[in-house]
Design a protein around this ligand. Structure first.
Ligand code: ADP
Ligand code: MG
Length: 225
């Protein structure tokens, strides 16, 4: 009986995930289809290229998120946190530019390394970036996203701060629950996944947020010698 119950719960989870993936992918897919049709009708292909590309990237990261929930093994290497952050700056800048967000970056130098799966750490950063970008309302004219890193004791701290809409108590209380989302097009796996990835790396993940003021996510990863 217990097995049956577990199975039922698992199937429920699977169907939830399947529905989430389908729902999430349908939207960018239809945008891509529409833009390809438009591109065919006109000669101005360049105009549609950026949107198609960014929607493809969006689909890719959604699939990445869903896949990594079930991914078991995690290959890690010693790597420079500064290098990892540097290799993300171009894509983060582009994303901010695209969404009319001012991007500030302050990276602390260190010779020390972190023991990580690089693509997972990047995935965390891109998830946080995406959440921040999505937290800016239409009316918010002074949109700033800032990323600051520092070395604190034996840890590399990465802070992702935005002055977006912030979270009320009711949202903060639910944050981290799988599939919790306040967005029409949300999956609710971004934050739980980020938390899991960072904790699997022996680090810590914290979210501070004030409603209508902004959000500050603090990621801490242990440094080697
Ligand atoms: P999703 O982005 O698909 O909704 P997440 O797990 O990434 O799922 O985030 C869960 C919820 O947490 C979001 O729906 C949103 O309400 C809230 N949230 C996350 N990041 C931010 C942020 N930077 N600013 C405001 N709200 C946020
Ligand atoms: Mg998200």
């Amino acid at each position: 009986f217990e097995n049956l119950l577990t199975f039922h719960h698992q199937m429920e989870a699977v169907s939830h995930i399947a529905a989430g993936v389908a729902h999430e992918l349908r939207n960018p897919l239809s945008v891509i289809k529409g833009f390809l049709q438009l591109a065919q009708l006109t000669n101005d292909h360049q105009k549609y290229y950026d949107t198609i590309m960014s929607e493809m990237n969006r689909m890719n990261s959604i699939l990445e998120d869903f896949l990594s929930v079930s991914r078991k093994k995690m290959e890690r290497r010693w790597q420079s946190p500064v290098q990892i952050m540097n290799s993300l700056t171009e894509i983060m800048k582009a994303e901010c530019l695209l969404h009319d967000v001012e991007f500030k970056l302050e990276l602390a130098e260190t010779e020390k390394q972190i023991y990580v799966n690089e693509s997972m750490v990047k995935q965390v950063m891109l998830n946080l970036l995406r959440n921040s970008v999505e937290a800016f309302g239409e009316s918010n004219s002074n949109r700033v996203l800032s990323i600051e890193t520092r070395v604190q004791e034996e840890n590399y701290i990465i802070q992702v701060m935005d002055n977006g809409k912030g979270m009320p108590e009711s949202v903060l209380n639910q944050l981290g629950k799988p599939f919790f989302t306040t967005k029409e097009r949300g999956t609710g796996i971004g934050i739980p996944l980020c938390k899991k990835i960072i904790e699997d790396h022996g680090g810590s993940f914290r979210v501070d947020s004030t409603y209508s003021i902004g959000t500050n996510v603090i990621v801490s990863l242990p440094l080697g010698t």
